[in-house]
Design a protein around this ligand. Structure first.
Ligand code: ADP
Ligand code: MG
Ligand code: ZN
Length: 476
C-alpha cells in the first residue's frame, strides 16, 4: 500500500514590542538575567496583568494578512502546568476564543499554487528560561523572557511533504517580515516551529495518530526532521505496526527523532478563563485602521515587478523575499533606470556584504541613491566595473557613499579624448620601434603600446577610448 504524509505546523512568533505582553517590563534582548522582571512576571499575589496594546495590534495585523476572521469576542485563558521556568504555574494563553481563525497562506510548490489553511492565531506569553549547569548540582532561572508576547499560528493538516512544510515556513516568514511585527530570527528564538506529522494510506481522508516534533532550530532542520519522521512512520506502518500519539525531539547531531513523551504522559492543562482579563469585543473601525497599515504583500509585489520590469522569475523571487531589498531596488531605480543592472548589484555584491556582516541591506550604510550614482559612473566610463566593486566595498567599510571614495581617491577614469590623444602622441614618439613593428604586422606590439599608456596614466586611461585613438593614429 502507498502512504502519504500529513503535516500541520505550529509557529511561535515573538512579537516586537517595547514591553511584555501583560506588564511594563522591557523586552530588550540579551540583558542581565532577571533584570526584566516584576510582580506580574512572577505572578505574585495581588499583581494584575494588563494586555499590551501594541502586541494586540500586531496580532490583528498578522491575522488580517493571513486572511483570517477576527474573533468577535476575544478571551484569554489560563493554561496550567507546573514547571520551574514558569513561576506562576500557568501561562496566559487563549483556548476557545483566539484572536483570529480560519485563514490561509498560498504557497507555490512545484510550480503550482496550494492553499494551506490557517486554523487559528492566538496570543500568549512566553515562559522563563532555565540554564542548566553541565554536571552541576543546580540550574539557574532567568525570568527575562517570561511574559514576552508570542503569537501562535497553527495550520490545518494541509501539508503533504517536508518540502511543502519548508515552502510554507519560508512563505510565512516573508509575510511576517513584511508586516514588521517581529525579528523572525530563529537563532534568537523569536521564531520557533513545532511540527505535527502522521501518515495515512494515499487518498484516504482519515487522519492517523500524530507525532509532534520539537526542538528544530532552523527551517532546514524542520525539513530534515520531517523527512526522517516520514520514513520512520512509513516503515512502521508498512511493517504492520500501529503508531501511537507521542512527542519526539529532533536530535540534529544524530539526525534522528527521539521519544520525549507518549499520550499517557501528555499534559492536561485544565484551561479556564483568565479572571484578571475581561473578554472584549474589538471595534470594527480599529480593525479596519490596522488593515490600512498592511503593506503590499510579497505575492502582490512579485506580480507587480513581473509586469513592470523585464526580470527573470528567479530575480524577482530573490528581490521580493526581502522587503528591505525590494524597497531598496525600487528606490535605486528612481535615480537609475536600469532594473537588470540594479538587481544584479543588489543580489550580487550588496547581498554578499550584508550576509557577511549579518545585517540588513539598509544597515550597510549605502543609500539607494549612492548605489545609483556608482552605476552612473560606470556607464559614463568614469570608473570601470571592476573599480566600482572595490569602491563599493571601501564605502561600506568607511561608512560613506561610493561617490565620496571615487572623488577622494581621484579614481575617476580618464576618458577625456583630447587629453588622452596628447598622452598617446608622447608614447608613440617614445616607442618608434614598436610602432614600426606594429605596422610591419606584429600585432602584439599594440599591447605593449597600450601598456605604456596605462603606465603613464597610472591605470586610469579608459581602454575603449585609447583603442579608438590608437587605431586612428596607427592608420587603421
Ligand atoms: P492539539 O490539541 O494536540 O494541539 P490541534 O488539533 O490543535 O492538536 O492540532 C495541532 C496541530 O497538529 C495543527 O497544526 C494540526 O493541523 C495538526 N494535526 C492535527 N492532527 C493531525 C494529524 N493526525 N496528523 C498531522 N497533523 C495533525
Ligand atoms: Mg497545540
Ligand atoms: Zn513584568
Amino acid at each position: 500500500m502507498k502512504y502519504e504524509p500529513v503535516i500541520g505546523l505550529e509557529v511561535h512568533l515573538q512579537l516586537k514590542t517595547k514591553t511584555k505582553a501583560f506588564c511594563g517590563c522591557s523586552t530588550l534582548f540579551g540583558q542581565r538575567p532577571n533584570s526584566q522582571s516584576c510582580p506580574v512576571c512572577l505572578g505574585l499575589p495581588g499583581s494584575l496583568p494588563k494586555l499590551n496594546h501594541e502586541a494586540f495590534g500586531h496580532s490583528i495585523k498578522v491575522a488580517l494578512a493571513l486572511h483570517c476572521s477576527v474573533q468577535k469576542e476575544i478571551k484569554f485563558d489560563r493554561k496550567n502546568y507546573y514547571y520551574p521556568d514558569l513561576p506562576k504555574n500557568f501561562q496566559i494563553s487563549q483556548y476557545d476564543k483566539p484572536v483570529a481563525h480560519d485563514g490561509f497562506v498560498d504557497i507555490s510548490s512545484c510550480g503550482k499554487i496550494k492553499k494551506i489553511r490557517i486554523k487559528r492565531v492566538h496570543l500568549e506569553e512566553d515562559a522563563g528560561k532555565l540554564i542548566h549547569q553541565t554536571g552541576g548540582p543546580y540550574s539557574l532561572f532567568d525570568c527575562n523572557r517570561a511574559g514576552m508576547p508570542l503569537l501562535e499560528i497553527v495550520t490545518e493538516p494541509d501539508i503533504n511533504s517536508p518540502e511543502e512544510a519548508y515552502d510554507y515556513l519560508t512563505g510565512l516568514k516573508s509575510i511576517l517580515k513584511y508586516l514588521e511585527v517581529s525579528d523572525c530570527d530563529m537563532e534568537k528564538g523569536s521564531l520557533r516551529c513545532d511540527a505535527n506529522i502522521s501518515v495515512r494510506p494515499a487518498g484516504s481522508d482519515k487522519l492517523g495518530s500524530k507525532v509532534e516534533l520539537k526542538n528544530m532550530n532552523s527551517f532546514k532542520a524542520v525539513r530534515l526532521a520531517l523527512e526522517h519522521e516520514v520514513s520512520r512512520q512509513m516503515e512502521a506502518v508498512s511493517a504492520g505496526e500501529k503508531l501511537q500519539q507521542e512527542t519526539r525531539l529532533w536530535d540534529a547531531g544524530k539526525a534522528v527523532t527521539l521519544l520525549m513523551r507518549t499520550k499517557e504522559e501528555a499534559h492536561d492543562y485544565r484551561y479556564f478563563p483568565e479572571p484578571d482579563l475581561v473578554p472584549f469585543v474589538p471595534d470594527p473601525s480599529y480593525v479596519e485602521d490596522i488593515r490600512k497599515t498592511i503593506p503590499e504583500m510579497p505575492d502582490a509585489k512579485a506580480k507587480r515587478f513581473k509586469e513592470r520590469f523585464n526580470l527573470s522569475d528567479y530575480d524577482i523571487a530573490v528581490l521580493v523575499s526581502d522587503k528591505a531589498a525590494a524597497d531598496y531596488f525600487e528606490k535605486c531605480l528612481e535615480s537609475y533606470d536600469n532594473p537588470k543592472t540594479v538587481a544584479n548589484w543588489i543580489m550580487g555584491d550588496i547581498t554578499a556584504q550584508s550576509n557577511l556582516k549579518n545585517t540588513g541591506i539598509r544597515e550597510l550604510g549605502i543609500s539607494p541613491q549612492g548605489l545609483a550614482e556608482l552605476l552612473k559612473m560606470i556607464d559614463g566610463q568614469l570608473i570601470s566595473g571592476k573599480m566600482a566593486k572595490e569602491v563599493l566595498l571601501e564605502a561600506i567599510e568607511k561608512r560613506c557613499e561610493p561617490a565620496q571614495i571615487v572623488r577622494s581617491k581621484g579614481l575617476e577614469q580618464l576618458s577625456d579624448k583630447g587629453e588622452l590623444e596628447k598622452i598617446v602622441k608622447v608614447i608613440l614618439g617614445r616607442n618608434e620601434k614598436s610602432v614600426q613593428d606594429y605596422k610591419g604586422g606584429k600585432k602584439n606590439a599594440l599591447t605593449f603600446i597600450i601598456g605604456q599608456v596605462m603606465r603613464e596614466t597610472k591605470g586610469k586611461a579608459n581602454p575603449a577610448v585609447i583603442n579608438e585613438i590608437l587605431k586612428k593614429s596607427l592608420g587603421e
